[in-house]
Write a protein that binds this ligand. Structure first.
Ligand code: ADP
Ligand code: ZN
Length: 523
């Protein structure tokens, strides 16, 4: 029997295993269960493909990505590995041919969609194969799809516990690039992987330069980012809504950029065509919702830009992780402002998800906001979230390149908070700032707010500085967003010690929005 090393070289043409690949392969070949956490591009496929070749029988690969099965199978066939897939895209005759190949013992790898795996017909085929000891292993790709709180939840994944119950002797290997502790725990629990060995790779992406800039005029900011740093590069611009995707793509096109829209509301032909152009041509900018990206393997994506906040750190990490898979420098750029915090909170709160789920999602958003406002090294902050250590001082991210000043904002925070309180906890930031700055606008006069003790007490700071203060107070949870009145702010419990003068508040000093750094010429 060939060794793992020989198979790697002779079948796949690679000289050496990467990272934990070898230990994973050996563990699974020996019949062990495994949970593999590896970042995108880390090389997860070999971790089940090689054991499938080395063990007798067929490796069954459960994958939610129908569009990618064909690619994977084609690539394997090119290497001389007999592989096939079963999913809804096959007609009955093609599916029968796959069944015949299985019966003749010709296949080494079979990719199946989870809903297919759970059909009675397929389960009885598996029973038969199991009796003949011809199942080499089960690989469960994108295992985080089992997580109810994740962005890719697939209810069919829940049923995958039958694998363990029906076929206890067959090794199972679950793989994912989503690594936060709650998701990991949920995968272990839902897939009964308590006995599995966990292989956790580092999630650091040292070649990605993370940068969070304060939103002033997002389109112009995006334009100067592209002009100065990526005039000819391929990249992805993420937006929250379909409408904004289309508007932004159209606007970029008007400006002469080769930009294409992508979201789930476009018809399949357009989506496929845009995706194909992005993958095959050079220098295409994809403006997309999060519907775009899962499984996209384009090594030279040079930047990922966020015009809206992602929903969580996992989302941010996954989305930015699509940049720089070739290991060369790439930028993760995000423009973020108070409006994003308010609208994201409102979106989460107003949905009809159960309370418990909303709470989890709000916590996830808060972690992301903490990241945005953090003054620490971005690599360190991201990895800390995933439970990993990083020494900091990466020398690459915005906070390391130009360390952020913090200032004692205790007094300003008290003014900002008491202005929320005195105006009755129902106004938005624009009005609160008008009151602080003592502007007698029609709205101020309508509510008689020039009579308040907070009217005009904030002249020591500019409009922009107050906006920064409010953004950070909301991000830190001292102020919450009111659901009934649009954008209205309320004090949270945590604001009390600050108002009573018992707690200091230190905030980051935002860079001037016009300040430019790190131009193409300088790099
Ligand atoms: P993932 O599924 O973790 O995103 P893939 O399995 O698609 O990653 O692998 C990413 C890329 O790295 C692929 O192009 C693959 O061929 C390549 N690769 C994987 N393992 C090795 C290795 N040991 N040596 C060289 N290239 C590798
Ligand atoms: Zn850093």
């Amino acid at each position: 029997m060939p060794t793992a090393q020989q198979t790697l070289q002779e079948v796949f043409g690679y000289a050496a295993f990467r990272g934990a690949q070898q230990s994973i392969v050996e563990h699974v070949v020996a019949g062990g269960d495994a949970l593999v956490l590896m970042p995108t591009g880390g090389g997860k496929s070999l971790c089940y493909q090689i054991p499938a070749l080395l063990r007798s029988g067929v490796g069954i690969v459960v994958s939610p990505l129908i569009a990618l099965m064909q690619d994977q199978v084609d690539a394997l066939k090119q290497l001389g590995v007999s592989a096939a897939f079963l999913n809804s895209s096959l007609d009955a005759e093609a599916a029968r041919e796959v069944y015949r190949q299985i019966h003749r013992g010709e296949l080494k790898l079979l990719y199946v969609a989870p809903e297919r795996l759970m059909t009675e017909g397929f389960l009885s085929l598996l029973d038969e194969m199991y009796r003949e000891s011809s199942i080499a292993l089960f690989a469960i790709d994108e295992a985080h799809c089992v997580s109810q709180w994740g962005h890719d939840f697939r209810p069919e994944y829940r049923a995958l516990t039958v694998l363990h119950e029906h076929f206890p002797d067959v090794p199972r290997i679950a793989l994912t690039a989503t690594a936060d502790a709650p998701t990991r725990r949920e995968i272990v629990e839902r897939l009964s992987l308590e006995q599995a060995q966990q292989f956790v790779s580092s999630f650091d992406r040292p070649n990605i330069r993370y940068r969070v800039t304060q939103k002033a005029n997002a389109r112009q900011q995006l334009r100067s980012f592209l002009e100065m740093e990526h005039p000819e590069d391929a990249g992805i611009v993420y937006c929250l809504s379909r409408k904004k995707v289309e508007e932004t793509a159209a606007w970029l096109q008007e400006q002469g950029w080769d930009a294409l829209p992508y979201h789930a509301g476009l018809d399949a032909a357009t989506r496929n065509q845009n995706q194909r152009r992005f993958l095959r041509e050079e220098g295409v900018i994809m403006v997309a919702t999060v519907a775009f990206g899962m499984g996209i393997d384009k090594p030279n994506v040079r930047f990922v830009a966020h015009l809206d906040l992602p929903k969580s750190m996992e989302g941010y990490y996954q989305e930015t992780g699509r940049a720089g898979r070739d290991g060369l420098p790439a930028n993760a750029w995000m423009a973020y402002g108070l409006g994003d915090v308010v609208s994201m909170r409102q979106m989460l709160l107003s949905g009809d998800a159960p309370e418990e789920r909303k709470r989890v999602e709000l916590q996830k958003l808060d972690a992301l906001l903490g990241f945005c406002e953090s003054t620490d090294c971005r690599h360190q902050t991201i990895l800390r979230y995933f439970g990993e250590q990083h020494p900091g001082d990466c020398g690459q991210c915005d906070n390391c390149l130009s360390p952020v000043d913090t200032w004692d904002a205790t007094e300003a925070a008290r003014m900002a908070l008491s202005c929320v309180y005195r105006t009755g906890q129902r106004f938005g930031v624009a009005h609160l700032i008008d009151v602080l700055l003592g502007k007698a606008t029609p709205k101020v006069e309508q509510f008689n707010h020039q009579q308040l003790s907070t009217f005009g007490i904030g002249n020591g700071l500019t409009q922009q500085q107050w906006s920064s203060v409010y953004r950070q107070l909301v991000a830190a949870g001292l102020i919450s967003v009111e659901m009934e009145a649009y954008g209205g702010l309320r004090l949270a419990e945590t604001a009390r010690p600050v108002l009573r003068g018992e707690q200091e508040v230190w905030l980051r000093r935002d860079a001037e929005p016009t300040k430019r750094r790190n131009t193409k010429a300088e790099r």
